[in-house]
Design a protein around this ligand. Structure first.
Ligand code: NOJ
Length: 545
């Protein structure tokens, strides 16, 4: 049964047509979470292949070996995006498809390059403008084995070679780049603790060393693009993650100061070096020798290569309070999970223990960042929620995702208020995620998609109500996407790398969306264990997921 337009709630009040028209709306995925084809056409294993293929590591024993099989079904996915009016799509490239041996100077795998060229050209032809993340957590396993991945400065040179390869082979059809996705997730969950691959579990210093190498690899990439690839005239950023900090007691100055520190230790850890060339003062004062130092040269490079737009992945906020008396000086704030507890939040819980519905946190975060960094252009490169029971509910019911629609409605209301009332310069917005996908340690148990993926029926794609709602009020609102212009320029190019690429398979022509089965229960699962991928072992770190 088709969902009728009347079944959908109206656009948020603050999102007037004028405000909606001023933002480029889109949706996002990442390579490992959707592609599958884990060893196809010369691809080497990544640290996530290794982790997911190890028995007992993933909540539902799935892997990313096939995931949503986008590796084979991308034409179908692009056709569905087009049908829903999507005009902006954020994706990531798998390093292991492009440079299987990982290291600088090693062979470029043209089969991998051409797979992405094919995909991106088809997106452009469908009027969809890509924004490409270079690194969304799938490090070549070989680099982890050889020198410990992001804990070694060697990663900087290898990443730069990879970035250079991407600019060289995709830069004529991609003009929006993000170097890294979510440095806190990479460095805290992957290196400080053992939640994400490579499960290094090497403590707080490892998080900072990892972040330092990420920043320098990023800055060198920016420099490369602005010199060697200046003629491509694209824009480059880095996707940063963080939660909003609500002071537990807003009348207690110690809690207010702790909430401020919470923000500084997340966003400013990365963004202060990017804008000002150094780590925040409070981090240098309290983290001691754990926090690496920039040389004068590095600091200069960072200041000279400021990002072209500020990319924020935003999901929710937590209560933050002052650390208990006698806590080590490294602990400048507490969010529960820091000290062996659990995140608490003023928001409504979701089915993920780290995710709450706190819509004003998005507006507050943007206000905080706009003030600290003097009003740059912001892109919300991820925002979304996993729906309750979507891993088991029958098809018609699972598609009627009123919970998710309400999440988007309230968050987008706040986004539009940030733009229209606070004057925050919001450029782009990407809903996470285009489709249900491999949600890391949670496998397919936690589903963030606006498109449902039916694991039991050949990975069939079914738009949820949210996809219809976003389509009606947001995706379809931008009259002419810039992608149309890019598509025209792509048609004029005949790059050698694009030669001999097979034609995409035919796309489906109809989309059925169910409107049945309202009213599901919310059995919030707060079972926190390693299998569900939550970092309660985090010490002094800002977030776990
Ligand atoms: C952030 C990550 O970038 C993405 O990969 C993940 O699926 C979402 N958060 C939801 O947890």
């Amino acid at each position: 049964m088709l969902v009728t337009v009347s079944a959908l709630s109206p656009a948020p009040d603050a999102c007037t047509a004028a405000v909606r028209n001023s933002i480029n709306w889109g949706t996002a995925t990442s390579a490992y979470q959707v592609e599958g084809g884990w060893d196809a056409d010369g691809k080497s294993p990544s640290i996530w292949d290794t982790l997911a293929q190890s028995p007992g590591k993933i909540a539902d024993n799935t892997t990313g070996d096939v995931a949503c099989d986008m590796y084979n079904r991308w034409a179908e996915d692009i056709a569905l995006m087009k049908q829903l009016g999507v005009k902006n799509y954020r994706l990531s490239v798998a390093w292991t498809r492009i440079i299987p041996a990982g290291v600088a100077g090693s062979a470029v795998n043209m089969a991998g390059v051409n797979w992405y060229r094919n995909l991106i050209k088809a997106l452009l032809a469908a009027g969809i403008r890509p924004a490409v993340t270079m690194y969304h957590w799938d490090l070549p396993q070989v680099l982890q084995d050889e020198y410990g991945g992001f804990l070694s400065p060697k990663i900087q040179e290898d990443f730069l070679y990879y970035a250079d390869t991407l600019f060289k082979h995709l830069g004529d059809i991609v003009d929006q780049w993000m170097t890294f996705n979510e440095v806190i997730s990479i460095c805290e969950l992957g290196y400080q603790v053992d939640v994400f691959a490579p499960q290094a579990n090497k403590g707080l210093g490892a998080k900072y060393t990892c972040g330092h190498n990420v920043l320098l690899a990023h800055a060198k990439t920016m420099q490369l693009y602005r010199t060697k690839y200046a003629a491509q005239k694209g824009r480059v950023s880095i996707a940063l993650d963080g939660k909003w900090g609500y002071p537990k007691d807003p009348n207690n100055p110690a809690d207010v100061a702790a909430a401020e520190n919470f923000m500084v230790f997340q966003y400013a850890w990365m963004a202060d070096p990017l804008y000002f060339g150094d780590y925040p003062a409070v981090m240098k004062e309290t983290q001691g020798a754990l926090l690496p130092k920039f040389t004068a040269e590095e600091s200069k490079l960072l200041r000279a290569t400021t990002i072209d737009f500020f990319s924020v992945n935003f999901y929710c906020g937590y209560y933050v309070w002052a650390p208990a008396p006698g806590s080590p000086k490294e602990l400048t704030y507490d969010v529960g999970a820091n000290t062996g507890g659990q995140f608490i939040s003023p928001g409504i819980p979701s089915n993920a223990p780290w995710l709450f519905k706190t819509p004003d946190g998005l507006r507050l975060t943007l206000q905080w960042l706009a003030k600290r960094y003097n009003g740059p252009e912001f892109w919300i490169t991820e925002n979304g929620v996993s729906g309750p029971d979507e891993d088991w509910k029958p098809l018609p019911a699972v598609l009627d995702d009123v919970y998710r629609q309400d999440y988007y409605k309230t968050y987008l209301d706040n986004l539009c208020l940030a733009k229209s009332v606070d004057g925050v310069n919001v450029g782009n917005y990407y809903a996470w995620s285009w489709m249900d996908n491999f949600e890391w340690r949670d496998g397919f148990k936690k589903r963030f998609g606006i498109i449902y993926i039916d694991l039991k029926n050949n990975l069939a794609r079914h738009p949820k109500g949210t996809a219809k709602w976003l389509s009606q009020h947001f995706f379809n609102i931008n009259p002419v996407a810039p992608a149309t212009l890019r598509a025209a320029s792509v048609a004029r190019q005949t790059p050698a790398a694009a030669a001999a690429v097979p034609k995409p398979a035919a796309a489906p022509s109809t989309v059925a969306v169910s409107s049945k089965g309202k009213g599901f229960s919310l059995p919030f699962s707060f079972a926190l264990n390693k299998g569900s991928g939550f970092g309660l072992s985090v010490k002094f770190g800002p977030q776990g997921k």
